[in-house]
Design a protein around this ligand. Structure first.
Ligand code: ATP
Ligand code: MG
Length: 372
């Protein structure tokens, strides 16, 4: 069961639109993360899916059908919803909380009870220990687990989660993320997951949609967003993966950890320029007579015609620019995309390389600065 937004706008009278011409599609079985600054319209977008809000214009489809054509009860039956404050009712036990929706759907007692046991075991919480407790007798992390279980209770194909782990310390948060990932790999629900936290988005999202001022700014897999951010806003956003409070401009840092002139010529040709091998690294660069980087390779060029374009990777993919956000460059290196990446400056001139080693060194310098 997929979810699709088609030119969806939500405008509250007297305000600029909370959601503005939003079009995107969540595939069946996909976990899509909505992320963006506070007030950019994440919660509003979510609440329009299960008709807690109605769009001002545009259409939302669930399972290919306009949500407005569903009976709201029938619609919500197919959609689980977990919110930040867990929404657990304080005067009801854990079991009663989990059973709320099944009761609404008139499941009999036996079936409800079995389901509650099954759900608790999904997150390794013992039924006899926890079922009869009240929410306040649980830790924050346990309460959030129950919030998630409650959204799963009737096994809906679509689940909406609005910062479900927002209130947790980083360690509990990470363990719940791991748990959700594990559950999702088994259950394959269609999940729309709202968060502020880019680490969480990277960890959980099959794809990430970045919203800004109610509009879709960029959507893609985590890899795509890191490697090809549409603009500075996205690059900065992805850059928050590394908190570098002291570093002002990206040029500075790339400059700091870029190595210049550590190559020797592998082959030269008056027509095509030269191929250089970067010292101590599996990296060959083809630089033309004007100093422009034409190709990148992690293998020594051996073919009959070493200038054959097909043997080289396009620098657009395999090089970085000296103006790229340093965090993005560091991330590419640290994730192991390559041991080293060539750096190009203005006019795509080859100016040096950045290496995993220099990246790690730059990172540890930054950490030390921040510790002071
Ligand atoms: N009932 C309302 N009346 C008027 N404006 C509203 C209403 N609900 C939300 N808004 C406005 O719509 C915009 C989007 O709100 P929304 O709650 O969707 O943001 P969000 O992205 O979830 O933010 P946060 O990350 O802080 O939760 C905000 O500017 C908010 O003030
Ligand atoms: Mg919100």
């Amino acid at each position: 069961m997929g979810v699709k937004f088609e030119h969806v706008t939500k405008a509250y009278p007297g305000h600029k639109p909370a959601v503005n011409e939003l079009s995107l599609e969540v595939q069946t079985g996909e976990l899509l993360v909505l992320i963006g600054p506070s007030g950019c319209g994440k919660t509003t977008s979510l609440r329009m899916i299960n008709r807690l809000e109605e769009p001002t214009s545009g259409t939302i489809y669930v399972d290919g059908r306009d949500v407005c054509s569903y009976d709201p009860i029938e619609l919500r039956r197919g959609i689980g919803y977990a919110i930040q404050q867990t929404g657990l009712l304080p005067h009801m036990t854990i079991e009663q909380n989990i059973e709320l929706v099944p009761r609404l759907l008139k499941w009999d007692k036996k079936r409800r009870h079995e389901r509650t046991r099954e759900l608790l075991s999904l997150v390794d919480m013992d039924y006899d220990t926890f079922a009869s407790r009240y929410p306040r007798q649980l830790s924050g992390g346990q309460q959030q687990r129950i919030g998630v279980l409650r959204a799963l209770a009737t096994d809906p194909p679509v689940i909406l989660m609005d910062e479900p782990f927002g209130a947790l310390d980083p360690i509990s948060r990470e363990s719940l993320q791991t748990e959700l990932k594990r559950l999702q790999s088994r259950l394959r629900k269609t999940i729309v997951f709202v968060t502020h936290d880019i680490d969480e988005a990277m960890r959980l999202g099959d794809r990430i949609a970045i919203l800004q001022d109610g509009q879709l700014h960029q959507i893609g897999t985590p890899q795509e967003l890191v490697q090809a951010p549409r603009d500075e806003f996205v690059a900065k956003f992805m850059g928050r993966l590394f908190n570098f409070p002291k570093i002002q401009t990206s040029v500075d840092l790339i400059g700091q950890f870029m190595q210049e002139d550590t190559s020797h010529v592998h082959q030269e040709c008056s027509e095509h320029g030269k191929i250089v091998k970067i010292d101590h690294l599996p990296l060959w660069c083809w630089i033309d007579r004007n100093g422009v980087l034409r190709g990148v390779s992690s293998q020594p060029p051996t073919g009959a015609d070493q200038w054959d374009r097909n043997d080289w990777t396009d620098p657009k993919l395999a090089a970085v620019k000296d103006t790229d956000a340093s965090e993005v460059v560091l991330k590419r290196l640290i994730e192991g995309e390559a041991e080293a990446l060539p750096v190009i400056g203005e006019g795509e001139q080859f100016i040096g390389v950045v290496t995993q080693r220099s990246a790690l060194k730059a990172l540890s310098n930054v950490e030390m600065e921040n510790d002071e």
